[in-house]
Design a protein around this ligand. Structure first.
Ligand code: GLN
Length: 333
């Protein structure tokens, strides 16, 4: 992206940030007590382009638990380590049409997709099941570190304990799947649940989340170190699911209006992937009733009102008043 376009984009982000900041609607997540305690006024926006330009505004260095955003990387790693065919035996690829922690399964009794709790517990069961818990956790946290830098990933033990102590629903889901007989052979259900809670309690900041999103926009290769962590076909599979099911029960409307693969977490983060352009992350803990950050959704609405970022905007040839940044990366398309 050339400097003039980049500067204009940063100016727009700045302007939108200040407009959205006035919105104080919504409440922090209350079902995990430690999440209810965070300062609800925090607000940050970060963007990384594929050529490693960065812009951020607000509380971009503030750490938060990545919560459901962890589900995306766990699924990518499960695909990389087990192959699509094996993973498909245990996890579906359909939006569930129900809440992220609902007791619903597809017609083969599998979780509908890897981005709802049941599906993420299943993905976790497929990551290094042959190893001890310490190695499994280290493997995933090291993967996060290899994407965003070793000093930019942490773990919030209080959230982990809080989550573990209030996890009756997740335990019930995990046991129902046991009853459905759909785990890979020899799965230890309690260890898998622990692993899942730990992955949700990993901490990062808004800046790092945008860098992760940019790695996805780059097809699985890190934007600074240029290491291919994932085959692009894995990222394509992941982005398809994020496009149809990444925003809880708002996913259909999000794809329709915003048109970008994205994932939301109950800590108040939303990251979106703009293929061939970069990654954008917004953090603001007040949630709407579906579990999405209120300011996050509003920010992306305003941004995509100004810019042709919807993945199908390229079909619209007529001149409209939206700005385009796609043209600068034509060589990559
Ligand atoms: N840790 C949360 C849970 O399992 C993750 C949910 C979320 O972010 N939607 O309930």
């Amino acid at each position: 992206m050339d400097q003039v376009e980049w500067d204009e984009l940063c100016n727009d982000i700045n302007e939108i940030y200040n407009l959205v900041k006035c919105n104080k609607n919504g409440n922090t997540a209350s079902y995990i007590p430690q999440l209810a305690k965070v300062n609800p006024d925090q607000f940050a926006v970060s963007i990384y382009s594929l050529d490693n330009k960065y812009y951020g505004i607000g509380n971009t260095e503030e750490e938060f638990c990545i919560q459901s955003c962890s589900k995306t990387l766990t699924y990518a790693v499960a695909l990389r380590d087990n192959g699509r065919k094996e993973v498909d035996k245990h996890i579906g690829r359909e939006p569930s049409g129900a809440r992220f922690n609902a007791f619903v399964f597809d017609d083969e009794n599998k979780p509908f997709n890897p981005l709802i709790n049941s599906g993420a517990i299943m993905s976790a069961s497929m990551v290094k099941p042959e190893c001890n818990d310490d190695k499994r956790f280290e493997y995933m946290i090291d993967t996060w570190k290899s994407i965003v830098g070793k000093d930019n990933v942490g773990f919030n033990n209080a959230v982990y304990l809080s989550e573990k102590n209030t996890a009756n629903r997740n335990r019930a889901l995990a046991y129902l799947m046991m009853e459905n007989n759909i785990y890979p052979e020899n799965t230890n259900i309690n260890k898998t649940l622990e692993f899942y809670f730990q992955l949700c309690s990993i901490t990062m900041n808004c800046k790092s989340m945008a860098k992760y999103a940019a790695m996805l926009a780059n097809g699985g290769t890190t934007i600074d170190t240029n290491i291919e962590l994932f085959n692009p076909s894995i990222i394509r599979d992941l982005l398809c699911i994020m496009y149809s099911a990444g925003m809880y029960d708002y996913s259909g409307r999000w794809s329709f209006d915003i048109g970008l693969p994205a994932k939301s977490g109950v800590s108040g983060v939303i990251f979106a992937v703009v293929p061939h352009i970069g990654g954008i992350s917004v953090y603001s803990p007040r949630l709407d009733k579906l579990g999405n950050s209120v300011r996050g959704v509003e920010f992306f609405k305003m941004l995509t009102d100004r810019y042709k970022l919807h993945i199908f905007d390229t079909l619209i040839k007529c001149v409209d008043n939206k700005k385009s940044i796609l043209k600068v990366n034509k060589s990559k398309l």
